[in-house]
Every structure is written in structure tokens, then in C-alpha cells.
Ligand binder design. Structure first.
Ligand code: PGA
Length: 250
């Protein structure tokens, strides 16, 4: 399966950043190692699509579950599709935390992404307290079960495992811990989706940077990365992209 390297710009970026998108798009086209997706703020989506020129995909960071209506300040999956997006991140821990998004809200948003014909990137991951209490697998299993709607396939969904304590902290789990959790997620997917699960991509996210990308991206059952901070600088993001093992070697 083709790895996916996705950049989550969070609430960063204005029109000044469009040359970064163009640079990433140009260089990414020259390496066929992975699919590349950048998720800028809503305000940049259509301009990012133009800057990318079809060479990389552009996505949104969230959407409302409904296609339209009286939801001031919200953006629907259909609107993102109209702006040229091809994917939407749903259930990022910052949405769960700052916007009180529950697993069922996340599942509704994933369904909305599919309704609009977009890829849903469903984020799951344990908090630091849950990790320290040895509850990571239990929490991840519960989130996965309730955030991922029936009907998930390898073409409409990507799972992003992001331990909350690793996001923006510079800390990452050990290699064995990442492998163990990705294997666990794969096994849970297999219980629900059978053979299709072996084709579903499971990204790792949380402090992925040029210095650790090569090792993380080569781990078993890691099918790419969701990159926050390091996706804001084209040079770092491209180094991460170049750290993806050649497809033949996987
Ligand atoms: P980070 O963020 O790479 O800055 O840790 C990852 C994310 O939140 O998706």
C-alpha cells in the first residue's frame, strides 16, 4: 500500500505560505515514495489547491457533520469538496479537547467526509494520564470502535494514531511501542473489516520530524505520518517525505 504523508498546519498560515505549498508540490512530484496531503486552514484551501496544481492533495482539518444549515462558523464536507479538498482530518485530539468532540461526533464527521466523496482521516490516541496508567490500548480500542463508522474501507478512510502526549512535545513513544500499537489497531480493524483491514493505512502522528522520520516510517504497520509542526516548513516536510522507505522495500 502506498504510504501517506499528511501535513496538518493547524491554525497557522496566510497567503504568504502558498509558496511553501508550491515548493512541496513541485518536489513531491519528483518522488513517488508516498502520497502527499497538506491540510491548511479553511481560508487557504482553495488557494492551496491552485498552488498545488494537482501534484499533491489538499485537505481540511475538520468539518461539520451536516451538509448545510444554521451552524454559524462551521464548514461542511461538501464545502471543502467544492473548494477542491480531497480529504478531511476528523477527531484530532485538539478538536476532541477544545471543542468537546465525542467519538460519536467524530464518527458523524467521518460519515460526512464520505458523503462528500472525501477521504476521512480519523484520529485516535491516548492522553498522557491514560498512557501512564497503562490504559493506552483500552482507550485506543474504544475510540477506534466508536469513531470509525461501519462502511470504512481502505479507500475512504485512513487511521491516524496520535498519542496526545507526543503531539507538539518533541517526545515520541519508543519504536516497539509504536509498532505494538499499530499492530493492535490493525488487529482491531481486522476484527471488524476482515481482509480489507490489511489495506487500510495507519499513520503515526506526534512529534514526527526529520530526525526521527526514517526510523518511524520504516516500522511495521506504519503506513505514513500525520505531521504537525514540521509540516510548516517545506524543507523539513520534504525531508520527512524523503524518509519514506522505497515502496519495493515495504
Ligand atoms: P506535531 O503534531 O507533529 O506538531 O506533534 C501532530 C498533529 O497534531 O497532528
Amino acid at each position: 500500500m502506498r504510504p501517506l504523508i499528511a501535513g496538518n498546519w493547524k491554525m497557522n498560515g496566510t497567503g504568504d505560505c502558498l509558496p511553501e505549498i508550491a515548493a512541496i508540490a513541485q518536489r513531491a512530484e519528483q518522488t513517488s515514495r508516498a502520497e502527499v496531503l497538506i491540510c491548511p486552514p479553511f481560508t487557504l484551501v482553495s488557494r492551496a489547491v491552485a498552488a498545488a496544481g494537482g501534484r499533491i492533495a489538499i485537505g481540511g482539518q475538520d468539518c461539520h457533520a451536516k451538509p448545510s444549515g444554521a451552524f454559524t462558523g462551521d464548514v461542511s464536507a461538501e464545502m471543502l469538496a467544492d473548494a477542491g479538498a480531497s480529504a478531511i482530518i476528523v477527531g484530532h485530539s485538539e478538536r476532541r479537547r477544545y471543542h468537546a468532540e465525542t467519538d460519536s461526533i467524530v464518527a458523524a464527521k467521518a460519515t460526512a467526509a464520505w458523503r462528500a466523496g472525501l477521504l476521512g482521516i480519523v484520529c485516535i490516541g491516548e492522553s498522557e494520564g491514560e498512557h501512564d496508567a497503562g490504559r493506552a490500548q483500552e482507550v485506543v480500542a474504544a475510540q477506534l470502535g466508536a469513531s470509525l463508522p461501519a462502511g470504512a474501507t481502505s479507500t475512504n478512510v485512513v487511521i491516524a494514531y496520535e498519542p496526545v502526549w507526543a503531539i507538539g512535545s518533541g517526545r515520541t513513544p519508543g519504536d516497539d511501542a509504536i509498532t505494538g500499537m499499530h499492530r493492535f489497531i490493525r488487529a482491531k480493524l481486522r476484527e471488524r473489516f476482515g481482509e480489507e483491514a490489511s489495506r487500510m493505512r495507519i499513520l503515526y502522528g506526534g512529534s514526527v520530524k526529520p530526525s526521527n522520520a526514517r526510523v518511524i516510517l520504516a516500522l511495521p504497520d506504519v503506513n505514513g505520518a500525520l505531521v504537525g509542526g514540521a509540516s510548516l516548513r517545506a524543507g523539513e516536510f520534504l525531508t520527512i517525505l524523503q524518509s519514506v522507505p522505497q515502496v519495493e522495500a515495504r
